[in-house]
Design a protein around this ligand. Structure first.
Ligand code: PMP
Ligand code: GLN
Length: 380
């Protein structure tokens, strides 16, 4: 299990890409355009001098825009004054939620593989992360309800859900969410749900926030971020919403982590969130085509990627390339093919982990993906 003081796989593989000049399909960092109006609005805010600390809970316009977004997209009613908190990316919201709601002796459940910040955040709060394996089902991944039931103990405190899911690209289905919700209600669990890929769902798949299910609104903190939705990952503007007492608990920790950040970004993102649908449709079309391009390239190179219904990533079993260990392959891939990818083992902690999985990111311009596909063909 990675510990809080270990170097992240993204740091290692990004450095490797810079050192070798390989095409970087590792870290999920898009090279796609952001909405021009959003960029202009940030520039205006900066030049107009709106550069000082925003309110600790976030710019009122962004809190209002988040509440309005949740209402119009999901029918969730939120009071922007008490039920929405702006954070320094989803990353800070996740850490502050774990620190606020758990401590030594508590168990945090997360589906495995899971985003690598989750075990690190559990480590920071002194809680333990309990990995609940997702089952491989056909060409994708599915909830293993028995595994989730078996993982529950009297110390279970929180479920960290991530849908759409990194690194698998899975969108949890309504029946899966209903089964999870029922268990959470029955066992009194709080849910922290990371929905940063909420707008990046493809082929007609639909994102359903677990907070909309019966009995869940009062026990769920929902996290999202501007980074993925507007292709501005470096801005680090995220938010968390949910019942006032849970949001207040997160705010009480957040104030000592960063207090506040990103004033001019917050106000511009507030405006962009109001017109997100047209933008997101365009972005989805770009990412769907990029995914298909990369999948075809991996196929031509002898791999069969799993289905990805959402997000930035495709996963593939690299054993056809003669590697049973994805980390070993990823460390050699720049030399073998001039490409960088991320071993899925960085996201796995369960005993039944599959170390031969590798994650390739497709949030790149299509010419970059075509170049990567050409290079990977050398491994066919
Ligand atoms: N959660 C998931 C599942 C992610 O993939 C990422 C990647 N950026 C984050 C959280 C972090 O989001 P942010 O950049 O807004 O901190
Ligand atoms: N979320 C991105 C990924 O999964 C980047 C994470 C990071 O750089 N910490 O690749």
């Amino acid at each position: 299990m990675p510990r809080a003081n270990e170097t992240s796989i993204f740091t290692e593989m990004t450095e490797l890409a810079h050192r070798t000049g390989a095409v970087n399909l590792g870290q999920g960092v898009p090279d796609l355009a952001a909405p021009p109006q959003l960029l202009a609005d940030v520039a205006d805010a900066v030049l107009a001098g709106r550069n000082q600390y925003p309110p600790a809970a976030g710019h009122p316009a962004l809190r209002a825009a988040v509440a309005e977004h949740q209402r119009t997209h999901y029918g969730l009613a939120l009071d922007p004054a008490t039920e929405v908190l702006v954070t320094t990316g989803a990353t800070e919201a996740l850490a502050a939620a774990c620190l606020a709601l758990t401590g030594p002796g508590d168990e945090i459940l997360a589906f495995d593989p899971c985003y690598d910040a989750y075990p690190a955040d559990a480590g920071l709060s002194g809680a333990s992360l309990v990995a609940v394996p997702l089952a491989v089902a056909g060409d994708g991944f599915a909830l293993d309800l028995d595994a989730l039931r078996a993982a529950l103990t009297p110390r279970s405190r929180l479920l960290l859900l991530n849908s759409p899911h990194n690194p698998t690209g899975k969108v949890f289905m309504p029946d899966e969410l209903a089964a999870i919700a029922e268990l959470c209600v029955a066992h009194g669990l709080t849910v922290v749900t990371d929905e940063v890929y909420e707008h990046l769902v493809y082929d007609g798949a639909r994102h359903l926030p677990i907070a909309t299910l019966p009995g869940m609104r009062e026990r769920t903190l929902t996290i999202s971020s501007a980074g993925k939705t507007f292709s501005v990952t470096g801005w680090k503007v995220g938010w968390v919403s949910g019942p006032a007492e849970l949001v207040a608990a997160v705010a009480s920790v957040k104030q000592w982590l960063t207090y506040a950040s990103g004033a001019p970004y917050q106000e511009a993102i507030a405006r962009a969130l109001g017109t997100v649908d047209a933008w997101a449709a365009e972005l989805r079309a770009t990412l769907t085509a990029g995914r298909d391009l990369l999948a075809a390239g991996l196929g031509a190179a002898g791999l069969t990627p799993y289905r990805a219904d959402a997000g930035y990533f495709l996963q593939a079993d690299v054993r056809p390339w003669g590697f049973g260990d994805g980390l070993r392959l990823c460390r050699q891939l720049p030399e073998l093919a001039g490409v960088v990818a991320i071993p899925t083992s960085a996201f796995q902690r369960g005993a039944d982990a599959a170390p031969w999985l590798v994650r390739f990111s497709f949030c790149r311009r299509h010419e970059v993906l075509a170049e990567a596909a050409d290079r990977l063909a050398a491994l066919a």
